[in-house]
Structures are given as C-alpha cells and as structure tokens.
Design a protein around this ligand. Structure first.
Ligand code: F6R
Length: 369
C-alpha cells in the first residue's frame, strides 16, 4: 500500500507530479482557456463578485495566502485570507457579492465548516476547494472545485497542498478570464505554463538527494528559520509548519522584509536559515532585496540554505547550501519551491527517529473546534 516507500509521506511527495496533472485534467480546453463549468457559479455572478474571502486552517491556510497574490494580481478583486478558527468571531463583513473560498483537504475540518456556515448565513456564496468527494464541506457549499490528489494518508499534508495551489490558481485565472482584465495575455501564458508545471515538479524530485543529506546533517539542531517574500513568504510558513509537525523542532517563517524589524536578533552562529528566493526575471526588485537579506544574515553567522531558480547566479556567493528549482512564472513558484521543504522536513523527522506518518499529538482530520 506504501508502494515500496518506507512512509506514506514519501509516497505522497513522489505522487505530486501526477496529483498536479490530475487536478488540471479536463480543465484546460484545446484553445488554452479554462473550463470550470463544474463550479456551477455563472459567469454573470462571478462578474459581480467584489470581494474574495478565503478561509482555511494549517497547510490549507498557506495555500490561501498564496492564492491572495494570484487573485488580486489577475482579477483586481480585493482578497482576504483568514484562519477559519478566527473568522466568524470577529463579525466579518460579507454580502451576496462576497465569494468565500473554503479550502480543505479532508472536507471535515470543523473550524473551516463553522466559518463557511457563518458566511452562508451572511448571504455570501461559498466555493469549496476540497480533496474528498462528498465530504461535509463541499456538501454544505454552493459550489466545489475538487483537487485530484487522491487519498492522502500521511498526517502531514504534501500532495494535497500542491493541488490546493493548482485549484487556487485555476480559480484566480478563471475569475480573470470571465471578468476580462488587462492581464489577458499573461493569463493565457500562465495557463500554458501551468499545463507544463507537473514536469517541473518531477525535475525537483529528481534532485533531492543533497537536500536529504543536508537534513541529516542538521538533526541535532534545535531551531531552523525560514524566510521568503511575496509568494515565497507563505512557502516559508509552510516549510516551518512541516518542520514543527514532523521534526518537533522550533521553526519559524518570516517575511524577509520583516527581519530588520526584530527577528534578525535571533540570528546566531551556525543557525540554519532557509531562504526562498523569488525569480530574478519576474519582480527583480524583490529578488535583489532578498539577496541583500541573505548577505545580512550570513554576515551575522547564519548558515544559509538558499532555494533559488536555475541560472540565478547572484545568490551563489552567499549560499552555504544551494537548492536549485526550475524557472517558473513568479506566481507559480510555490509549486516547485515547496517540494524541497517537504523532503527536508521528512528526512529530518526520520533522522531524529520520529514517526513520519503519525506525528505525535496530531490527527489527519480535525473535527473539533
Ligand atoms: C499540516 C496539516 C494541517 C491541515 C489542517 C487543515 O500538514 O495537515 O495543518 O492542513 O488541519 O486540514 P484540511 O485541509 O483537511 O481542512
């Protein structure tokens, strides 16, 4: 059942190229446009949406944080992302023109379910992004876009996360497509890139041995920090979450620009800091700023573990360890940048003698509030 792998998590990490491809299957037509008729919210209603609110927990929340960048960029609709457990307690503002997107692998997470019930009571329309057919969250939503990751058994979410990202990009691009924005050409180009992305995930998986080796060498450490910017920031949060739940290590993700506002005081000699570097081609200002962040922390003794695009030479002098990922459009980078962080956490858990598929104190589906 583990298909020759020692753990379900390893099997599920390896299944990611297929999970990503399956989630795109049948949703891009021959002309390169998106077909999401299954969502069953009419184009006219989607044109009236004036706010998107994403609710989710844990890893699914990180997918939502990434979705915000895509939705706001391609559609110009304001998007909020909120932890489902916080959402209804602050009396959020919603009406019929609000589209609430509830993201959940299991479809049974109580916090997310309560948030979407609250949203529907306020008159908002709810779209679920879910991996489990017929589960409670899609049943109680107005519409659903299923992720096709297949069953995820390991408690730590991996392939479900990547497919949640794909589904979020599909929603963002589709909203852009039906509403028409100035990014029409970019949207068509990104749909093309998305249809190739499974191959890029595959290539990342083929180059993970040095990441495993690095993880084993850090097994005795107590703390690892993760830095990112733009969509790399939620990737950093996800890397830190994976490490907490699997390796039981103190791990924190920061927005790299926040470093100077406090967290830089944490940097000490030989502290491992993982940095997710944005593409030097896309938003190059961000790239240059993060390169100076890497310089700053390294000057203070950090051991820098740099995740950067192939061909990005600017990071080389400041990287103690360099992990290469294929070049992708800026907004799609999380699909490739997350993978080394999953492998890193899984290998550290193994090296520390932890139970990979069943981390202590955790359950696969959290059905209590
Ligand atoms: C982390 C993890 C959890 C879940 C969260 C939401 O690896 O698995 O953080 O992502 O409990 O679960 P779902 O997506 O089932 O609502």
């Amino acid at each position: 059942e583990k298909g020759g792998y020692d753990y379900f998590m390893l099997k599920e990490i390896a299944e990611q190229p297929k999970a990503v491809a399956d989630t795109l299957l049948g949703r891009i037509d021959a002309g390169g446009s998106l077909r999401l008729d299954e969502v069953r919210i009419g184009a006219s209603e989607l044109r009236e949406v004036d706010k998107v609110v994403i609710v989710a927990c844990g890893t699914a929340f990180h997918a939502g944080l990434i979705a915000k960048y895509a939705i706001e960029h391609w559609t110009r609709i304001p998007c909020e992302v909120e932890l489902a457990s916080e959402f209804r307690y602050r009396d959020p503002i919603m009406d019929q023109q609000t589209l609430v997107v509830a993201i959940s692998q299991s479809g049974e997470t109580m916090d997310t379910l309560m948030a979407l019930r609250h949203a529907r009571e306020q008159g908002a329309r709810v779209l679920a992004i879910c991996n489990t057919n017929g589960s409670t969250i899609p049943r109680e939503s107005d519409a659903v876009l299923y992720t096709h990751a297949g069953p995820e058994v390991a408690v730590a979410s991996t392939k479900a996360f990547l497919t949640q990202l794909v589904a979020c990009y599909l929603v963002a691009l589709y909203l852009g497509q039906v509403r028409g924005t100035k990014w029409g050409d970019e949207i068509r180009a990104v749909i093309r890139d998305l249809s190739q992305i499974s191959g890029a995930v595959e290539r990342v998986l083929e180059t993970m041995e040095p990441v495993r080796e690095l993880a084993r060498s850090l097994a005795a450490k107590n703390t690892v920090l993760f830095l990112g910017r733009h969509v790399g920031y939620p990737v950093a949060l996800e890397g830190a979450l994976k490490l907490k739940e699997l390796a039981y290590m103190h791990a924190e993700g920061f927005a790299a620009g926040e470093l100077k506002h406090g967290p830089i005081a944490l940097i000490e000699d030989d502290l491992p800091v993982v940095v997710v570097v944005p593409s030097p081609r896309g938003r190059s200002v961000l790239h240059d700023k993060i390169v100076s962040n890497i310089q700053e922390i390294r000057a203070r003794g950090a051991r820098t573990i740099v995740i950067a695009e192939e061909g990005d030479e600017a990071v080389v002098p400041y990287a103690d360890h360099l992990i290469r990922i294929p070049a992708t459009p800026t907004l799609l980078q999380p699909l490739v940048a997350t993978v080394p962080l999953q492998v890193f956490a899984c290998e550290l858990a193994t090296a520390r003698g932890n139970e990979v598929d069943q981390p202590r104190n955790l359950a696969k589906s959290v059905t209590v509030e």
